[in-house]
Design a protein around this ligand. Structure first.
Ligand code: GLC
Length: 493
């Protein structure tokens, strides 16, 4: 296999900073690529929340006080470096205090609203990431970008740096983790981002509904585009409700657009190795899972009852994740003698509604309004069932983690969920979870009932858990698919 040099841009990378599955992927994929003997380096913003001591961030003398200029406005950046934990993958952090030294990554913690200068913040991140390469004198074959925050990098490569001796000719690949976050900004921002006037004219490469759409620009300017499952690739390029009007833009790129399912980092997410859970366990010895269930329930202030199934949910509290369905079905769900543990924050209105159900069905629901990685691992380990009723789901990571923890998923048949979870059939023992096709409260409750029916049959349930735990969604396969794409991109040049 050829060796590639890859510069990987991401706005969040676990464990340094994470708001969702994106952080897990960007923290794991580079390690998988490295174990395939590739040279990959990662770059992200240095947010206030990143603990420099804990992760041993070092200053790089050459990378101090570097000017980054966009539209004649110069900011000064420092670039620090560290390693992804337990690996030799080098990661760089762009420090521009006026942009990144605040609480929250994309939204203001105090108000829950997006920062008004997000476009500018991430434009400097993109340009800073390219300038860093020049100073390091490290020329990658490929820059690999993720989501709208790094959308301007492929554009700058092909415009601002078109004739740059060092950067010209570098290929770009762009991975879409969630098509509903497109980076939409007012047209008047174009000069501030160094987007040329013709790009924002009607039907221009960055224009959508009279606004700047960074994701559209990235699709138009990247050599290769991927998203995080084949099903989602199909959904966003063919269906209006998934593509938000950009289906045709993707269709035009169909030759260079594909879906590759994310993998799981089992050094972080498996119950026999998990450092964040008190009792380790395996499919052969599930005693630890019971003990974790007790610890979990104490932790979330619910009473432990051995035979009452605990349903876990870890999710940003936003419409996408199926909360309207859950709220509609909540009273019915509570009649089924289950306990529900939810971890996540987001939309305050939805949180309030869950809290009022929590009051009504006291002792049966626990909403934990936090972002808490340790509790997330505890929910995977201590729950019996995992819920992902998402309206859409590009890939979804927690359903794959759940399988490894013997926590059987109930999912809506969309995107990556449809690709990874299939309905359990007690007759031939095929399938690994419970799946509903129609996005209705009725179908959702039916799936829960099917799950509970099997849950009551101990022997079947244990068998189902064991086979779920044996499934393998590790990164290796996906990393190889990305390598094939890299190869294709470079062959074509
Ligand atoms: C986003 C998507 C999720 C996906 C993750 C990583 O968070 O919503 O489905 O698993 O990105 O690609």
């Amino acid at each position: 296999m050829n060796q590639f040099k890859v510069w990987y841009l991401a706005s969040e990378v676990s464990p340094f900073a994470k708001t969702g599955g994106l952080g897990d992927v960007t923290g794991a994929f580079p390690k998988a690529l490295k174990s395939n003997n590739q040279e990959i380096r990662v770059i992200m913003p240095k947010y206030k929340s990143i603990n420099e001591r804990k992760y041993v961030l070092r200053e790089v003398i050459r990378l101090k006080d570097i000017p980054v200029t966009i539209n004649n406005v110069t900011r000064t950046m420092n670039v620090k470096s560290a390693f992804l934990p337990d690996s030799k993958v080098q990661i760089y952090f762009i420090e521009i205090p006026e942009y990144f030294n605040r609480s929250g990554l994309y939204t203001d913690r105090a108000t829950g609203k997006d920062f008004p200068d997000n476009a500018e913040r991430f434009a400097y991140f993109c340009k800073g990431a390219l300038e860093t390469l020049k100073i390091l004198s490290w020329r990658p074959d490929i820059i690999h970008c993720n989501d709208w925050q790094s959308a301007l990098a492929p554009y700058y490569l092909q415009t601002v740096y078109k004739d740059d001796d060092f950067l010209q000719g570098i290929k770009s690949i762009f991975t879409i983790h969630n098509f509903s976050y497109q980076g939409i900004f007012k047209k008047s921002m174009a000069p501030t981002l160094e987007i040329q006037p013709e790009e924002i004219e009607e039907n221009g490469d960055f224009e959508n509904n009279g606004k700047i759409n960074l994701l559209k620009g990235a699709i138009n300017y990247s050599d290769q585009i991927t998203t995080v499952s084949e099903t989602y690739a199909r959904e966003i390029s063919t269906k209006k409700e998934f593509g938000y009007g950009l289906e045709t833009v993707l269709q035009k790129k169909s030759k260079v657009f594909s879906g590759i399912l994310n993998g799981v980092d089992y050094t972080v997410w498996s119950p026999s190795a998990d450092k964040k859970i008190p009792f380790k366990y395996t499919g052969e010895d599930m005693e630890g899972k019971k003990q974790n269930k007790q610890v979990l329930l104490t932790r979330v202030n619910l009473k432990y009852q051995e035979d009452v199934p605990v349903i876990g949910m870890i999710s940003r509290v936003v419409e996408q994740k199926g909360f309207s369905l859950l709220l509609e079905a909540m009273d019915q769900l509570m009649e089924l003698n289950v306990q529900l543990v939810i971890l996540g924050t987001g939309d305050k209105k939805i949180e309030k509604q869950i809290l009022s159900f929590q009051k009504k069905h006291s002792g049966k629901i626990s909403l934990n309004q936090a972002f808490d990685e340790t509790l997330a691992h505890m929910i995977e380990a201590g729950s019996d069932i995992f819920l992902m009723p998402s309206a859409y789901e590009p890939c979804g990571m927690n359903q794959m983690y759940s399988l490894k923890y013997g926590t059987i998923p109930i999912v809506h048949k969309v995107g990556g969920l449809a690709e990874t979870i299939t309905e359990y059939n007690p007759d031939d023992k095929s399938g690994n979870g419970f799946v509903f096709e129609k996005y209705t409260a009725k179908d959702f409750i039916r799936a829960v009932k099917r799950a509970l029916k099997i849950y009551k049959k101990n022997e079947l349930w244990n068998e189902l858990q064991l086979s779920a735990m044996q499934e393998d969604f590790s990164w290796d396969r996906s990393a190889k698919e990305y390598l094939d794409l890299y190869m294709k991109m470079l062959d074509e040049s």
